[in-house]
Design a protein around this ligand. Structure first.
Ligand code: NAD
Length: 252
């Protein structure tokens, strides 16, 4: 798929990886629908895309809310007249050991912590994919969907919620690639390792340092390196049903 003039929705598009993806795709001439929770940051991200000379618009929407997602997708289709791509990038962390015993005191990951991550990182991906795929089929648009998983899908301590969601996203990438191939819609994923964004900056410094020293390439990834892979998937018409791991060799 040639990205010039194509309409791409990016969830979690106002900062971090989502913002880098918007700018990268804008430089290739794509028209962008940026979806997030913060109007001010969305406006800044939209302005950064528009600086590349393309149309870009902001959509306030909680990806975990069915009604809001349905409305957002209909609005994007109405505003742009087409939808050619979706990047399911919005995500949150609510880390905690499932059970932690310290000084005889036991703490457990709360159901709220568990549910919040499942709602945004897994249910949100399901809802956006379902609505966007339906609209692509209805409009007979050429289309591709990119899901942002994580190397945490292999199982990270303290991330029972996040690892489950990201493994689910990787599995459903295959499910949806199989289901949607007959409509010419491709679905693939990117599983980043540790990338320089606010999400990683919120890790404890000791944990981050230990993590970086264990990466064979001895550095964190850059948001534009993830954006580059998202563009590769959108552009490559023979790529579907696979999740690319970009982790500096961490999981070799
Ligand atoms: P980030 O926290 O900087 O950005 C995430 C964005 O998602 C934010 O703008 C946030 O407002 C938005 N968001 C959160 N909940 C939302 C909701 N309910 N509806 C709409 N938007 C919502 O994170 P990031 O580092 O840029 O990560 C982006 C994606 O990449 C996430 O899915 C994350 O799990 C994944 N990831 C990141 C890394 C990394 O190292 N940064 C590694 C692996 C995977």
């Amino acid at each position: 798929m040639q990205l010039k003039d194509k309409v791409i929705i990016i969830t979690g598009g106002c900062q971090g990886l989502g913002r880098a993806m918007g700018e990268y795709l804008a430089a290739k001439g794509a028209r962008l629908a940026l979806v997030d929770l913060n109007q001010e940051k969305l406006d800044e991200a939209v302005a950064a895309c528009k600086a590349a000379g393309v149309d870009a618009r902001a959509y306030l929407c909680n990806v975990a809310n069915e009604e809001q997602v349905t409305h957002m997708v209909a609005q994007v289709a109405e505003d742009f007249g087409a939808i050619n791509g979706l990047v399911n990038n919005a995500g949150i962390l609510r880390d905690g050991l499932t059970i932690k015993v310290k000084d005889g005191e036991m703490t457990k990951m709360s159901l709220a912590q568990w549910q919040a991550v499942i709602d945004v990182n897994l249910t949100g991906v399901f809802l956006c994919t379902r609505e966007v795929a339906a609209k692509m089929i209805e409009l007979k648009n050429e289309g591709a969907i990119v899901n942002i998983s994580s190397i945490s899908r292999a199982g990270n301590m303290g991330q029972a919620n996040y690892s489950a969601a990201k493994a689910g996203v990787a599995a459903d990438t295959v499910v949806w690639a199989k289901e949607l191939a007959r409509y010419g819609i491709r679905v693939a994923g990117v599983a980043p390792g540790f990338i320089e964004t606010d999400m990683v900056a919120s890790m404890k410094p000791e944990a981050l340092e230990k993590m970086t020293s264990g990466i064979p390439l001895k550095r964190l990834g850059k948001p534009m390196e993830i954006a580059h892979s998202v563009a590769y998937i959108l552009e490559n018409d023979y790529f579907t049903g696979r999740v690319l791991e970009l982790d500096g060799g961490l999981r070799m």
